[in-house]
Design a protein around this ligand. Structure first.
Ligand SMILES: *Cc1c(COP(=O)(O)O)cnc(C)c1O
Length: 371
């Protein structure tokens, strides 16, 4: 997050308010832990804690008892370190050549995704004359990251790996963990068990947020949760059990009444069928409200749906306020973009995307309030 620009956009002049409920974050962490107990839950705080600011989020999770944090990149691990004193930090995307020494110096645990990465980390261990901690990822069917099972057998066949490395976990990732009925989950569980049989003394780390709701078979020795901590729906098996963490309200910057036949927005793609009352609000695609919301999404005021008309602009968009009494909205009024009437999932669905993408795109021009 760019704190400089947040200072420039003072509270009073802010185009919108992004409020982040750290109490709800803490409750979400605790409720996931209760679900997996006695298995611990690690926090996934990659991408600046899904856009919510790792400097604010990580200490709350640490206070709530979290001792294991996952990020995507080594750079994120270095940035996280001061906020999670004493905790373990794991790097999901693995080790880039040349990053080994920095990782070893900072006590960061790489997730090794290939033979090459494992060999480079073993070399570093040899040079330093000590065993280095590592997580080994095996690909159980997502074809994204991790060793194919055959390579895992080859790697673990002799004792060299175990001489050099302290294998903290064997890890894999579910491709469809959020889909309760998806048969891929059982397929991946089976592949994970076969892989685990090759290194039976190494604990398994498997479930993401969705996997936590697939049941204890998926919890293994440690779960890794991201989206559920931040209030996103982890599973399609039930209504979202998590507490909402994010609320977004955006300012009205102009209202107007246009006649029938008026064109609205870039390209003039919306033409009013009748006289229409409109409001322009101060957030657009540069603020993480995708252009794909054009003509289809909505915002809310007093629980009333206000449809987006025309195309979403970079810094603003226009909504139809005809459903509100005249004068209900004026310069400076706030409309709800994410909140009790419009969940993250709902706006994501209107935009043709997922809650993860909405969260990680919310820009740094809003005034942020951490409660
Ligand atoms: C992002 C990520 C997670 C967290 O997933 P959620 O669905 O947000 O809980 C866990 N494991 C891996 C490997 C990931 O890339």
């Amino acid at each position: 997050m760019n704190t400089h620009s947040i200072e420039i956009i003072s509270r009073d002049g802010a185009p919108g308010y992004l409020s982040i409920d750290l109490g709800a974050l803490r409750q979400n962490y605790r409720s996931l832990c209760a679900r997996t107990a006695p298995v611990p839950v690690a926090a996934v705080v990659k991408a600046n804690a899904y856009g919510l600011d790792v400097a604010r989020v990580a200490p709350v999770l640490r206070d709530a008892g979290c001792r294991d944090f996952f990020v995507a990149h080594v750079g994120e691990a270095h940035r996280l370190r001061p906020y999670v004193d004493g905790a373990r930090i794991f790097v999901l995307n693995g080790l880039q050549p040349g990053a080994e020494d920095g990782c070893a110096d900072a006590g960061i645990v790489p997730v090794l995704n290939s033979l090459e990465q494992a060999q480079n980390w073993m070399k570093t261990a040899t040079t330093r004359r000590r065993r280095l901690p590592a997580v080994l990822q095996v690909d159980t069917g997502m074809s994204r990251l991790g060793l194919p099972p055959e390579e895992l057998s080859a790697l673990t066949a002799d004792g060299t790996l175990r001489d050099r490395l302290d294998l903290l976990f064997l890890m894999s990732h579910l491709a469809s963990g959020d889909e309760f009925e998806n048969a891929q989950n059982a397929d991946q569980l089976k592949a994970m068990r076969q892989a685990s049989a090759l290194v039976p003394d190494v604990p398994v780390c498997f479930a993401n947020s969705g996997g936590i709701f697939l049941g204890p078979d998926f919890h293994a020795a440690m779960a890794r949760s991201g989206i559920a901590l931040y209030g996103g729906a982890p599973t399609d098996a039930t209504a979202n059990p998590m507490k909402p963490v994010v609320r977004l309200d955006v300012r009205v910057i102009q209202t107007r009444t246009v006649p029938a036949g008026a064109r609205v927005g870039y390209g003039g793609t919306h033409v009013t069928a009748a006289e229409t009352r409109l409001a322009t609000i101060a957030a657009g695609y540069a603020d993480g409200l995708p252009r794909s919301l054009s003509h289809t999404g909505a915002v809310y005021f007093d629980g009333v749906r206000l449809p987006i008309v025309g195309r979403v602009s970079m810094d603003s968009m226009t909504v139809d306020i005809g459903a509100l009494p005249p004068g209900a909205l004026a310069l400076g009024s706030l409309v709800e973009v994410i909140g009790p009437h419009q969940t993250l999932e709902a706006i994501a669905a209107d935009a043709g995307t997922i809650a993860y993408e909405i969260l990680t795109s919310l820009g740094d021009r809003y005034h942020r309030e951490y409660r």
